[in-house]
Design a binder for this molecule. Structure first.
Ligand code: 5RP
Length: 247
């Protein structure tokens, strides 16, 4: 099932930060409209997923949604959920997730995603794969013909294995770089205690499924940010791709 969302409230051909925020808000409002009382929700992370948390919190506070519990992908989402009055539970304490909301860094026309800009993709992939339905919220700028066009492939790596993993990633034709913290005073450390490597593919990614498999076969790799929503998965994972159109 695919949901394409024209957002008439957003001014045409406008890509200002303000209009992008308005678009995220409109997408989030539409997405939380799919939630019903009693559901267990999966929460991704990032600026788009954060707006979903806010909108979910509003519906809970207004009494329109009751008995909602959320499984958050990382500490940031968990803290945000608490702040907006969305109760959280651990993934291991629930048998299923009814619906998961997440953003993405890139989406191709087959709904393959590139995730991990926020270094939280490992648990996002676990949560999204457990969810009966998964709603990915992206604007038109994230939709690409070929994955890897604008973003690198994030790879979460066990710190003691960083050098051999970097060498192996280079043999796949990419240019791997350890992700540094904003102040560049050390590497980014994920919530799971690992390092992040971003791998750039100058010609984009030719065969996304094969690349995902090969990266995840490298000993020391925890998970990569390539996520495949191929049609064979559609029988057990229902994807809504909510795309807001700005132009
Ligand atoms: C974090 C992610 C995010 O979903 C992705 O980076 C998109 O973020 P934003 O909504 O801020 O553009 O995968 O690991």
């Amino acid at each position: 099932r695919s949901l394409r969302l024209p957002v008439s409230a957003i001014s045409q051909n406008s890509t200002t930060a303000e209009s992008k925020d308005a678009l995220k808000r409109a997408l989030a409002k539409r997405a939380v409209g799919l939630v019903k009382s009693g559901m267990v929700i999966g929460l991704g992370t990032g600026s788009t997923a954060s707006v979903v948390v806010e909108e979910l919190g509003k519906l809970i506070r207004q009494g329109q949604l009751k008995d909602i519990f959320a499984v958050a992908a990382n500490y940031q989402s968990r803290i945000l959920a608490k702040q907006f009055g969305v109760k959280t539970v651990d993934l291991n304490d629930v048998n299923a997730i009814d619906i998961a909301f997440d953003g993405a860094d890139e989406v191709d026309f087959n709904k393959n995603l590139l995730k991990g800009g926020g270094a939280a993709h490992t648990m996002q992939k676990v949560i999204d794969s457990v969810a009966k339905e998964c709603v990915i919220l992206v604007d038109h700028a994230k939709v690409v013909r070929q994955l890897g066009s604008t973003s690198p492939v994030p790879v979460e790596v066990l710190p003691p294995a960083i050098s051999p993993v970097l060498r192996q990633l280079a043999t796949l034709g990419g240019v791997p770089e350890v992700r540094l913290a904003l102040r560049k005073d050390g590497p980014v450390v994920t919530d799971l205690g690992n390092m992040m490597v971003d791998v750039r593919f100058s010609n984009g990614i030719q065969n996304a499924a094969e690349l995902e498999r090969r990266i995840n076969m490298i000993p020391g790799v925890v998970e990569n940010g390539k996520r495949i929503f191929c049609s064979s998965h559609a029988t057990f994972l229902h994807i809504h791709c909510v795309v807001g159109i700005l132009s």
